[in-house]
Design a protein around this ligand. Structure first.
Ligand SMILES: C[S@@+](CC[C@H](N)C(=O)[O-])C[C@H]1O[C@@H](n2cnc3c(N)ncnc32)[C@H](O)[C@@H]1O
Length: 258
């Protein structure tokens, strides 16, 4: 159902990316896992870098198609080139590692984008993505927003496809902390009221790309369940869980061993 064309995709972030840095910022615990995956590398290219979340200090170049996202990068962040993953303006083997965080699902030509990451990286390719087969069981999608689950299914890149493009991959689970600082789709699993806030929903692709009228009934039902205590009754077991596996996965491919 959802397969935005490159121009449409870039226009989307140029249009809606203005609020991105309010709801989307690196969570330090997730950043630590990414930093660990990049240990031993000295130069990194961050592809689909957006405003620069999760960009390690040794990033030498960021690639991002949306000017609105580039404009939100912190002063002193690595230089950003306005380009797409499918055609990286970086010479072959120029960096130790290529990193892509929650972006591959936006690429128009995944095979080409991954081939480009492998071309520029001497040692490692690191990708943060999610497994829809796990994510679709999240209470928000399963019980309230089936239309968003449908959008998510069409957005998500199957992990098996990434593995077939990357070769020898180590996969690390990325559980979502209950107080996750980054407002991505699964971030508020223990803070359900957040999903009622349109500015928070705007920063989540699966909700931003689902027609509003297809979300309305489920959101109203969530609101009612929160008011009556029904949500709490059904999900009280979550209150004592510090982090939850919603299917986010870090794929680490060592290029130099292949
Ligand atoms: C969800 S944001 C993630 C940004 C950043 N990596 C982060 O974790 O905050 C996805 C980013 O992918 C970018 N993007 C979309 N299509 C792209 C493409 N073909 N090549 C590279 N980046 C792309 C968008 O402009 C957007 O900034």
């Amino acid at each position: 159902m959802i397969s935005p064309r490159p121009e449409a995709e870039q226009a989307r972030y140029d249009r809606t990316g203005q609020t991105y840095s309010h709801t989307r910022r690196a969570d330090p615990r997730i950043a630590a896992v990414i930093d660990e995956a990049l240990r031993g590398t000295t130069t990194v290219a961050n592809i689909g870098a957006g405003a620069g979340s999760y960009e390690p200090g040794h990033t030498v170049v960021a690639i991002e198609p949306s000017q609105v996202m580039i404009a939100q990068r912190a002063p002193g962040a690595a230089p950003a080139l306005r380009a797409r993953a499918e055609n990286l303006p970086i010479r072959s083997g120029a960096v130790d590692a290529a990193l892509a965080v929650l972006t591959v699902h936006h690429w128009d030509d995944l095979d080409r984008g991954i081939a480009e990451m492998r071309r520029i990286a001497r040692r490692r390719v690191v990708i943060l993505t999610w497994d829809h087969d796990i994510f679709r069981r999240f209470w928000l999608l399963r019980d309230y927003l089936p239309a968003a689950a449908h959008t998510d299914a069409s957005l998500a890149v199957p992990i098996t496809r990434l593995i077939s493009l990357l070769g020898n991959v180590t996969i690390r689970d990325i559980p979502v902390p209950h107080d996750c600082a980054d407002g991505f789709g699964g971030a508020f699993w223990r803070r359900p009221r957040a999903y009622l806030d349109p500015s928070i929903r705007a920063g989540m692709s699966m909700l931003a790309l689902t027609p509003k009228n297809a979300l309305q009934e489920g959101l109203s039902r969530l609101q009612a369940d929160l008011e009556t205590g029904e949500w709490e009754r059904r999900h009280h077991h979550l209150r004592n869980i510090p982090q939850l596996d919603l299917g986010y996965r870090l794929l680490i491919a060592d290029i130099d061993t292949q």
